[in-house]
Design a protein around this ligand. Structure first.
Ligand SMILES: C[S@@+](CC[C@H](N)C(=O)[O-])C[C@H]1O[C@@H](n2cnc3c(N)ncnc32)[C@H](O)[C@@H]1O
Length: 323
């Protein structure tokens, strides 16, 4: 990997910048390209003719696969219509792992069913031994009474104290709803969506490349999780916003020495293999059947363990480190 690109958002056209990236040199690639839906980006029209759009997509998808290491994975986010084409490209040059359905309402497209999910195609560069970690998300609970939403019947004794393994349908990550959390960008992804992908497919120190970096969501997720990043972005202003946000981030998304993804009041994603370590920092209900109405509680004494703001979160993480 060319050192000058590491931990940088580079302004320019991704197809040109890809030429500088050696074959098999990054651990994962993630792309959230323009959807050709006439979105108002600063520097792109987002309205190509069908074949022109598809030819262009085929080129950067080919580049993503080329630069990904044999142990690595390729992720592409888009609406289902375009993913059907992407899958036909990818099936020839990579190995299908999953079509992740991200439950998030999208704009109506005329006389159709109401679109309610985006897809993330998950391919690996090689068929054998790709890097992959099973991940878990917290049990869903009633906001008012704290009871588990799902009725596990007689199987409660076998429940994982933190929550289920993540499937290929993601319903617990929401689009950014409030303007105060948005940049001046028409389609910014939530950071914890990228954190989940990164925790699932990389290790500390690995390199994550995003050819359509926008205002830096992938890079921020990578930095918070102690990974390296490379971002390409055509628009100078989006690069400036990304750099400003990145300068305020630290690799601190941890409980003690374990990388996890946080959102608001707690952990939204952890690796299954890390639970043995993390569980030492929680009171777990006994007997475990009580988990129905008694959530796990952090031992650091705070009511929920974390605070939504970055600084607050850091403070609480330090509290964990002190225990
Ligand atoms: C869907 S947005 C990505 C948003 C990003 N995931 C985020 O959360 O901020 C697509 C981005 O690709 C950029 N873009 C469009 N054409 C490009 C190209 N040829 N090379 C690099 N970036 C490009 C646009 O400026 C836009 O910011």
């Amino acid at each position: 990997m060319i050192k000058k690109y590491l931990n940088q958002i580079i302004q320019g056209d991704c197809l040109r910048l890809f030429r500088d990236i050696p074959d098999n040199s990054v651990d994962i690639t993630f792309a959230d390209p323009p959807f050709n839906l006439k979105k108002k980006y600063n520097s792109t029209k987002d309205s190509l003719a069908l074949q022109e759009y598809l030819d262009w997509c085929q080129q950067w998808i080919g580049e993503m696969v080329r630069v990904t290491k044999p142990t690595g994975s390729i992720f592409v986010h888009n609406i289902p219509k375009w993913l059907t084409y992407y899958a036909t490209f990818l099936n020839k040059i990579a190995y299908f792992k999953h079509w992740i359905s991200w439950d998030a309402p999208t704009s109506p497209m005329g006389k159709t069913l109401q679109p309610a999910h985006y897809g993330v195609l998950f391919y690996t560069k090689s068929p054998e031994h790709p890097k992959f970690y099973e991940i878990r998300y917290p049990h869903k609970r009633c906001r008012k009474c704290d009871y588990l939403y799902k009725d596990y019947g007689g199987k409660k004794a076998g429940l994982h104290p933190f929550g289920p393994l993540v499937s290929d349908v993601w319903t617990d990550i929401h689009r950014i709803k409030h303007d105060k959390y948005r940049d001046e960008h028409p389609c910014q992804l939530p950071i914890h969506l990228l954190e989940r992908i990164i925790l699932m497919s990389t290790d500390e120190g690995d390199i994550v490349l995003d050819p359509f970096s926008g205002t830096g969501t992938t890079a921020i997720a990578a930095k918070r999780l102690g990974r390296k990043y490379v971002g390409f972005e055509l628009d100078e202003e989006y690069v400036r916003i990304s750099e400003s946000k990145l300068s305020q981030e630290e690799p601190n998304s941890k409980i003690c020495d374990v990388w996890v993804s946080f959102f608001l009041n707690g952990i939204v994603t952890l690796r299954d293999i890390d639970w043995a370590e993390i569980s030492q920092h929680y009171f777990i209900p006994e007997p475990i059947e009580d988990i129905d109405f008694a959530p796990i509680v952090p031992k650091n004494g705070s009511s929920n363990g974390y605070a939504p703001k970055k600084n607050g979160r850091l403070k609480n993480l330090l509290l964990f480190n002190e225990t």
